[in-house]
Design a binder for this molecule. Structure first.
Ligand code: GPU
Length: 819
């Protein structure tokens, strides 16, 4: 397609052919979903040519490869994004119009591949986009979950989880590659055999069960450069179904066991965000995709290189959080057991090939596996980790003789548990945080001992997002406006957005900018009317908090503030109040009771407020059901105010904050995560910052002294709002419904410390910042300037910049261009 060989007539013909071949229908008879399939196949056809070209080029250039290993890839829909990156979006839109179809409607037929929970998985997807666009040889490696993150339904205000059967109609962009299947072994025991020939012990896993890992490849299209990289997701298949005789000789009982093992490994994505649940099946998932991915990577390396000692020169494994940390041990296993290396050789290679990204300081997210579970499921891997641990403790003892405290805090195996973060740090050459503040907290607090031992491993890589999806595709009106003013260089060089700064005070530019915002608000208002049956006024301030529901993200503070505003309006009907629409979107982990109750509270407040005619529609509350990548694009484009109000120190980076900023929303937020750097770029005067600093929060946490009851006792506004949680105001007289939330804020019994996330401490500062937002919005030109400057100053937050820093400072990849 693509400027050079896109031919509209040919494309139309190909769509018609596909409809005929797939469904034995004419285009007039086909459903929109069938058209989606036919169009996607036509697009895939073009992509595959480039995919082959890319592979040829890689074979020729032999560039260093990064394997981005991740349990999650939150890709979102592919069709629109592929067309954008092929530079064929408008042409295909026209072609389809001529056939009588609307590309937007066709795009809406695609299920959102939701193989991720939130920020961490979406970051992986943005990174793949940037890697392909910048011309780096990269593979995403993950799991082909049959069910992605659940779909959220709201029933009677409560979240209900519905399975996401995204593969039901077949996914047109994936390619099954059974010829690259790998065997993955679980269980059994390790037999030690002395080998007189080498004088060494051989370690052989016996009595194990096998699962076959079958790869499915998805194309990752670079922007306008013909590069197509690969996301390889593994599916599990029983070996008995496949070629039992090849691996095993017809043991019926074992065959059945193996079949059961294979059946559920890839069933479903665990819906936890920032939380570790310790389930055996999750551990199986981890080893399953890591073993398959590392085996495949080594096999590929050996095809064109003779000496495995060169592995670190040609391959790097980036571990997306600790979930793929098994990589360290699996690579050791292959080098030791299959390649016959000595421990020292294998360790030298491994520790120069693996690198680890930390995405949180939340203690409940740290993966610690019980020894019994681990060693039973993965006996050889466990044995290797024991030896890594033994040597690591020796190293600690050498460095800090007699310091048992250090061993206790840093050991990989301790207290009956395998600590995955410690393994990732000891077994790799790089440890990075995801925003400057986050990395500093890692160095000074969470990973202090490791930082002291290995200062050179630690580095920061502030997160980023891809502007191709979150501006070019998600906000075409603004994208065109930007291009009209500064050309289209920003699509691959987002720093160029700073050229927009000269328009900050330009009346015409301001008006155009806000007019586009208005049209995007109209688009969202229409969606809200269709999905929620709520009428919202696009002239009101659209104040948006969309992200996973978690206590530390403090959606609760937001809705408590809405309750406070509502009280104000009711008490002072004459008061000056600029109409505001508070928009929420959030999924709660299925087992996270308090998070689910918070969703109910938001919906309960919405019910009362939206139906109170006495307030003349000044306040509206909307909970957008099933927040996901596809509706996110539309929501960011329509936001005036971006809510980034996590307890300082808790949000490692945030990436939604960047998507809002890019689309000209102004941040109200704490000095947390990447908010710090956002404010640095856009200026204090173009954001609304409030609340405790991370130092203050950490100080409270380390030294105590926080007493939320004091706010309850001394502040009648706060007391009022909290009492409304237990006096039936939002629960038709039910005093108990929201009591857990009330207790969580005031009652020490319900948690270690009441108000764990300092909501009451920050409440008044938040309300005051919200007041400043309102005042600022009333000044039309002033707001337009702020909004425009947010877009203009967002250049730093492209994932292209992030990836270039990973390449320059960690991976050292070679750039490839297609000849
Ligand atoms: N993050 Br750990 C997740 O989305 N899920 C997780 O399980 C863990 C971290 C997020 C961080 O919360 C967010 O601050 C960050 O921007 C994102 O990872 C990407 O680094």
């Amino acid at each position: 397609m693509l400027d050079n060989h896109f031919k509209k007539e040919e494309f139309k013909k190909s769509v018609k052919e596909n409809v005929k071949m797939l469904y034995r229908k004419t285009i007039e008879e086909a459903s929109q979903e069938q058209i989606f399939q036919a169009v996607s196949l036509a697009v895939k056809d073009v992509i595959i040519d480039n995919w082959l070209l890319t592979q040829k080029q890689y074979e020729k250039d032999d560039p260093k490869i990064v394997y981005y290993l991740s349990m999650e890839f939150l890709m979102g829909r592919a069709l629109g994004n592929n067309l954008i990156n092929l530079c064929a979006y408008n042409e295909v839109k026209e072609a389809l119009e001529e056939l009588g179809f609307d590309l937007n409607v066709i795009e809406d037929q695609e299920p959102d591949p939701a193989l991720g929970n939130g920020g961490l998985g979406r970051l992986a997807a943005c990174f793949l986009d940037s890697l392909a666009t910048l011309g780096y040889c990269a593979y995403g490696c993950g799991i082909r979950y049959h069910y992605g993150l659940f779909k959220q339904k709201i029933e009677n205000g409560f979240q209900v989880e519905v399975p996401d059967n995204w593969l039901k109609d077949g996914y047109p962009f994936e390619l099954r590659r059974p010829e690259y299947a790998k065997e993955v072994k679980f269980g059994g025991y390790v037999k030690v055999e002395y080998d007189p020939a080498t004088g060494r012990n051989n370690f052989v896993q016996e009595g194990y069960q096998s699962v076959l890992a079958i790869p499915y490849d998805m194309p990752i299209v670079g922007y306008n450069n013909k590069i197509v990289n690969t996301l390889r997701i593994w599916d599990a298949q029983a070996i008995s179904e496949f070629q039992l005789d090849l691996f095993d000789k017809g043991d019926y009982r074992k065959a059945v066991e193996q079949e059961n093992l294979a059946k559920n490994i890839c069933d479903v994505l665990y819906p936890n965000d920032n939380h570790y649940a310790g389930k055996e099946l999750r551990l199986k998932q981890q080893y399953f995709f890591i073993s398959a991915s590392i085996q495949a990577a080594i096999e590929k390396f050996k095809k064109s290189h003779s000496d495995l000692h060169d592995l670190p020169k040609k391959v790097t494994f980036q571990l997306n959080d600790t979930h793929p940390t098994m990589t360290v041990a699996e690579l050791m296993r292959i080098l030791l057991d299959e390649e016959g290396m000595t421990w020292e050789e294998a360790w030298e290679i491994t520790t120069h090939t693996c690198a680890y990204t930390n995405h949180t300081i939340m203690a409940e997210a740290l993966e610690k596996w019980p020894i019994e579970l681990f060693s039973k499921l993965l006996p050889r891997i466990y044995q290797i980790i024991e030896e890594i641990n033994r040597r690591f403790i020796q190293e600690i003892n050498n460095k800090y003789p007699g310091n048992q405290e250090k061993v206790r805090k840093m050991a990989i195996i301790y207290d009956g548990q395998v600590k995955m973060a410690h393994l990732a740090i000891a077994g790799g050459y790089s440890v990075n945080g995801v925003a400057r503040l986050h990395t500093e907290i890692l160095k000074k607090q969470e990973l202090k001992d490791f930082y002291e031992m290995y200062p050179d491993k630690f580095n920061n890589k502030t997160n980023g997002i891809t502007q191709r999806r979150f501006l070019l595709h998600g906000n075409p009106l603004l994208a065109d406006w930007v291009t009209d003013h500064i050309g289209d260089g920003w699509v691959t060089d987002l720093a160029q957005l700073s050229k927009l700064k000269v328009y900050a005070d330009d009346k015409k530019a301001q008006q155009e900018f806000m007019n586009i915002k208005y049209q995007n608000k109209v688009r969202l208002a229409k969606y809200i009317l269709e999905h929620n049956g709520i009428e919202v006024d696009p002239r009101s301030i659209f104040d948006v908090q969309v992200k996973r529901l978690h206590e530390y993200k403090r959606q609760l503070m937001n809705i408590l503030h809405v309750m406070y505003l509502y009280n104000q309006i009711k008490e002072h009907p004459e008061m000056d109040f600029y109409p505001r629409t508070f928009i929420f979107g959030a999924k709660a982990a299925a087992g996270y009771v308090r998070a689910k109750l918070t969703i109910k509270l938001i919906n309960a407040v919405a019910d009362v407020v939206n139906n109170d005619r006495s307030i003349n529609g000044k306040l509206k509350v909307v909970f957008i059901e099933n927040y996901r990548v596809s509706n996110a694009e539309m929501i960011f484009a329509a936001a005036d105010v971006s809510e980034q109000i996590s307890t300082a120190s808790k949000e490692a980076s945030g990436t939604g904050n960047m998507k809002f900023m890019l689309n000209g929303a102004v941040t109200i937020g704490t000095m947390d995560g990447a908010n710090v750097e956002i404010v640095e770029e856009v200026g204090q005067e173009n954001a609304f910052i409030f609340g405790l600093s991370s130092d203050e929060v950490i100080n409270y946490e380390n030294n105590g002294g926080y007493n939320p009851m004091q706010y309850f006792n001394n502040d009648p506004d706060i007391r009022n709002v909290l009492m409304q949680l237990i006096n039936g105001t939002y629960s038709n007289g039910d005093f108990e419904l929201f009591r857990d939330i009330y207790d969580s804020l005031l009652n020490t019994k319900s948690s270690d410390r009441a108000d764990t996330y300092f909501i009451l401490a920050d409440f008044k500062a938040y309300a005051e910042a919200q007041k400043r937002v309102e005042e600022a919005y009333k000044d039309e030109a002033g707001w337009a300037k702020k909004a425009l400057l947010n877009t203009a100053c967002s250049g730093k937050f492209t994932s292209d910049r992030t990836i270039q820093q990973y390449v320059d400072e960690i991976w050292h990849l070679d750039k490839v261009t297609i000849e």
